[in-house]
Write a protein that binds this ligand. Structure first.
Ligand SMILES: Nc1nc2c(ncn2[C@@H]2O[C@H](COP(=O)(O)OP(=O)(O)OP(=O)(O)O)[C@@H](O)[C@H]2O)c(=O)[nH]1
Ligand SMILES: [Mg+2]
Length: 302
């Protein structure tokens, strides 16, 4: 069973933890451990090699690029992906493998919120994760607890079917989105999340990367839920137009002498009309997408 599993660890300057992590997976009986390294400037490569991992230097930059490259190289029935920062527990790997081995899921996501130690999430990370999870569930009509988890498992079918393009920390979002779009089965299992070592800095910028991930959810959503995408855009336009309209009406009817804002009136009318058009386009595109999705489903069934 373990012979059919590849443990994939993306790393960038994880020299403090990677050796221990690779050893732990080897002790659990895994022979194929692939470390895909993002040109670390510390001793990550040496430590990983010494512990017995197959180390590959990634092309380009970013965790997403590394994951895409690794997926193209892996040919095992099951792939487990885990961060190299020692925040996940190797001994919990069977929780992720079990649903795939049983044929019950194509991707398994480890839910860190099931059990996390004090300090594992900063307040900002915790709030950001919750907000992004909510936005994701809302866009894709699903109910997952932990979209951005770094402990996941995939079967070969999922690995080969996913079409990945995100180069950075948007990759976790895309891994989940692709499974939803391709009708692959996802399941969540509870896992433990530990705090980072205090002298091992994160590569994630909570604010900058949080905004990027939020944008990823939004922009990937346009080919899944165009209605939501266009509704947000149209509300922005219409909302601005309506606010301007209120101001125009106030100055025209509630002040004396009345003030006319002719150019602003034209602009407000245009904004409202344009916003309404976007809404209607979104509705039409949504209808096309829904029927296309149903057609794809029928084709996949055959
Ligand atoms: N190959 C590669 N790995 C990366 C890159 N950036 C980050 N990683 C690795 O991806 C994993 C996740 O990165 P972290 O910095 O832990 O990000 P995070 O887990 O989302 O954030 P924290 O909650 O702060 O730990 C770690 O194993 C990193 O070493 C990169 O550019 N290339
Ligand atoms: Mg981490």
């Amino acid at each position: 069973m373990r012979d059919n599993v590849c443990i994939l660890i993306p790393t960038l300057n994880e020299g403090r933890t990677i050796g221990h992590l690779v050893n732990a997976y080897r002790e659990l009986g895994f022979g194929d451990i692939m470390v895909i390294d993002g040109h670390s400037s510390d001793n990550t490569v040496a430590e990983a090699t010494k512990a017995g991992a197959r180390v590959v230097q990634q092309n380009g930059r970013g965790k997403g690029m590394a994951v895409q490259q690794a997926f193209n190289m892996i040919d095992k029935e099951i792939t487990v992906m885990v961060d190299g920062d020692g925040t996940y527990i190797p001994a919990e790997v069977d929780r992720l493998i079990a649903p795939i081995a049983a044929g019950a899921a194509d991707q398994v996501m480890g839910n860190r919120f099931a059990n996390y130690s004090k300090g594992a999430f900063t307040l900002l990370n915790h709030l950001g994760n919750k907000l992004l999870n909510w936005a994701f569930n809302f866009t894709y009509h699903v109910r997952y607890n932990d979209l951005l988890t770094g402990y996941r498992a995939f079967n070969k079918k999922a690995l080969k079917m996913m079409n990945l393009n995100q180069s950075g920390f948007g990759i976790e979002t895309e891994l989940t989105v692709e499974c939803i779009k391709k009708d692959l089965r996802i399941c969540e299992v509870p896992i433990t999340y530990q705090a980072r070592l205090s002298d091992a800095p994160t590569k994630l910028n909570p604010l900058g990367d949080g905004v990027k991930i939020g944008y990823t959810i939004y922009s990937l959503g346009k080919t899944y839920n165009p209605m939501m995408y266009s509704t947000i855009l149209s509300f922005l336009f219409m909302g601005t137009g309506v606010l301007m309209g209120l101001y125009i009406v106030y100055d025209r009817f509630f002040v004396s002498p009345p003030i006319d804002h002719i150019p602003l009136t034209i602009l407000a009318t245009l904004l409202i009309t344009f916003g309404f058009q976007i809404f209607v386009f979104g509705y039409l595109i949504d209808m096309i997408f829904v029927s296309q999705r149903e057609m794809l489903r029928e084709i996949r069934k055959r």
